[in-house]
Structures are given as structure tokens and as C-alpha cells.
Design a protein around this ligand. Structure first.
Ligand code: CUA
Length: 333
């Protein structure tokens, strides 16, 4: 049942009631002090009004008790707000490791969403109830913001960067999705729906459109088409770094720095290969800027992620034997 003019949006995620409790607390504190201050103004105006032209008010000296009271109580209150808010913020910034990953690409003026299994959606997202969902988001043009009021989550979506947002829906239903960052003429039309489904319905929905192949499979095709495989052999014999087990590992660079091979690093290495050159390699890779879309970059990233783990988590650049590579490759050839 939707009210005509609801004061608060529906609560449909695990975090929603917690965000609301903090908001109620802030509302209660501000209402209390607003009323207290207004009442005090009126009371003092009447109580201490000047009663005659000759009247001189008595000299008032400070009161230590009063000073301490109106310092300590507000200080304690704002500290409660700070600690409570920071605790909630940290919680909302840390997706559980078992979260369902979904890629989001924003562009003027639509949301493109891709499931790991290959399903693509526009302005709609189907997810199962009761499972944490992590969105990995980027933009093709300007800044957008992915806002689901019923989940109480909002995160800016930036060009050239990956941002994350996570939530755990706990109530099946359809919820509004908005772009919450002014992004041009049709910003107000950059809206959609989040469909939270029962797990069985979700499985049925998932198996509905598998024809296009998973992200990693499409990434592998692209890897061949773009001839990445000519230099990046899936062993240490190629002219370019071995990508097996790269994801999540520290990478040593020619300039002496060590960076983590996360989504942002892989994306940058595709679009601007000279930015971070792996130690022991030449900067011979051409840029793929303009040759691949943000969605294709995501497919390549998923393919690289699917290349498995290096045994023992050996850093990139260290030798890996051929046999262990084959056994750690879940992708069919
Ligand atoms: Cu996209 Cu506003």
C-alpha cells in the first residue's frame, strides 16, 4: 500500500531502518532545541522586560555550572551523532565478500546494468531478496548518482573511476531508482526500477536470457579479437605480463611503486597502458582508449578475474609454472 504523500520512503533494505533511526534521533534533537530556544526567547522577553525608564538591570556575574552545562551537553550530543553516523557510514562502505557483483554504467541518460552471468538490463535491475548486492559503477560521460531511496543508499558514479555501493534488500517488490546528480537536460528522466525477487523467481529470471554469454566469456572473446592474446600469453613466455592470477595481487612497477591489481588498475592499464608499467616490461602496449566501451572494459576485467589465482599468491612478475596455470583456469577454451 502506497500512501498518497509518504513522509518517508519505504524501508526495503537491511540498512534502511538503521539510517532512519539515526535520522529520527537528529530530528528529535533539532526539534527539541528549536522549541527550547523559541520558548526561552519568549519567556525571557516577558520575564526580563524593562519595566520603567529608570530601571537599571543588576550586574550579572558568570556561572560556572551554567557554562559547563551548556558546553558538555551539546558536546556529548554531537559526539553521539558523529560516532553513530561514522559507524553507519563505515558499515555502508564495506560490502560483504559474498556479495553478488553487478556492473553499472551510467550515461546521458540511462543506466546500463550487467550481471556476471551475462544478463544486461537498462534502467532495471533484478536482484534476489536477502542477499547482499555490490554495484561496481562507472560513467561514460558526466557524473551521475545511483540513488535507491527505499534502500537508503546513494553513490556518485564518476567517469574514469569505479565507485561501489552495496545493500541487502530484505523485502520483495519494485523500488524507484533515481539519478541524484544533475547531469543534463534529461537528468530527471534518468530513472528506473529495482526489482527485488524471491530467490526462486530470480533463478527463473536469470535462466531466461543466457544466450549472450557471461561477462567473462565475452571478455575472453574480446581478448582474442583485440589481439591482446598476441602479447599477453597465459604464461610467462609472452612479451607482456602474464595475466593469470593477476586480479587482487600486488604489482611491482618500473618506477619502484607497488600497486594493487584491482578493477581501476586493470581499467587504466587498458586505456592508458603507459601510466603504470609492470617492472621488467617495456611500455609497448598501445592504448585502447576509444576502441573499447566501458562495458567492454568490464568484460575484459571479468575475464582477467576469471583467470584464477596464482598458487601461493606470488606477486606478478614472479615465475609460474605452466601446469599450475592450466589447473587454475576455470574458463573453458
Ligand atoms: Cu544522470 Cu542525473
Amino acid at each position: 500500500m502506497k500512501e498518497a504523500l509518504p513522509l518517508f520512503p519505504e524501508q526495503a533494505s537491511t540498512i534502511a531502518p538503521q539510517v532512519d533511526h539515526l535520522l529520527y534521533f537528529l530530528l528529535a534533537v533539532t526539534t527539541f532545541f528549536t522549541l527550547l530556544i523559541f520558548c526561552a526567547i519568549f519567556y525571557f522577553a516577558v520575564r526580563y522586560r524593562r519595566r520603567s525608564e529608570q530601571e537599571l538591570p543588576p550586574l550579572v556575574h558568570g556561572s560556572l555550572t551554567l557554562e559547563l552545562t551548556w558546553t558538555i551537553i551539546p558536546a556529548a550530543l554531537v559526539m553521539i551523532m558523529f560516532v553513530w553516523g561514522a559507524w553507519l557510514f563505515i558499515k555502508m562502505r564495506r560490502p560483504p565478500t559474498d556479495a553478488l557483483n553487478i556492473y553499472v554504467v551510467g550515461k546521458q541518460w540511462m543506466w546500463k546494468l550487467q550481471h556476471m552471468e551475462g544478463q544486461r538490463e537498462i534502467n532495471e535491475l533484478h536482484i534476489p531478496v536477502g542477499k547482499p548486492v555490490k554495484l561496481i559503477m562507472t560513467s561514460e560521460d558526466v557524473i551521475h548518482s545511483f540513488f535507491i531511496p527505499a534502500f537508503r543508499t546513494k553513490q556518485d558514479v564518476l567517469p574514469g573511476r569505479y565507485t561501489e555501493e552495496w545493500f541487502q534488500p530484505d523485502k520483495p517488490g519494485s523500488y524507484h531508482l533515481f539519478c541524484a546528480e544533475y547531469c543534463g537536460t534529461k537528468h530527471s528522466g534518468m530513472i528506473g526500477w529495482i526489482h527485488v525477487m524471491e530467490p526462486a523467481d530470480y533463478q527463473a529470471w536469470l535462466s531466461g536470457g543466457r544466450a549472450m554469454g557471461s561477462l567473462a566469456e565475452n571478455g575472453e572473446k574480446l581478448f582474442q579479437q583485440l589481439a591482446c592474446s598476441n602479447c599477453h600469453h597465459l604464461n610467462d613466455q609472452g612479451r607482456c605480463p602474464n595475466l593469470v592470477g593477476l586480479y587482487g595481487q600486488p604489482v611491482k612497477l618500473t618506477d619502484g611503486r607497488t600497486v594493487k591489481a584491482d578493477e581501476a588498475y586493470i581499467r587504466e592499464s587498458i586505456l592508458n597502458p603507459a601510466a603504470k608499467v609492470v617492472y621488467g616490461f617495456q611500455p609497448i602496449m598501445p592504448t585502447f582508449q576509444g576502441l573499447v566501451t566501458e562495458e567492454q572494459v568490464l568484460q575484459l576485467i571479468e575475464y582477467i578475474k576469471s583467470l584464477g589465482q596464482r598458487p601461493g599468491g606470488a606477486p606478478v612478475g614472479a615465475g609460474v609454472r605452466e601446469t599450475s596455470i592450466e589447473s587454475s583456469r576455470p574458463v573453458k577454451r
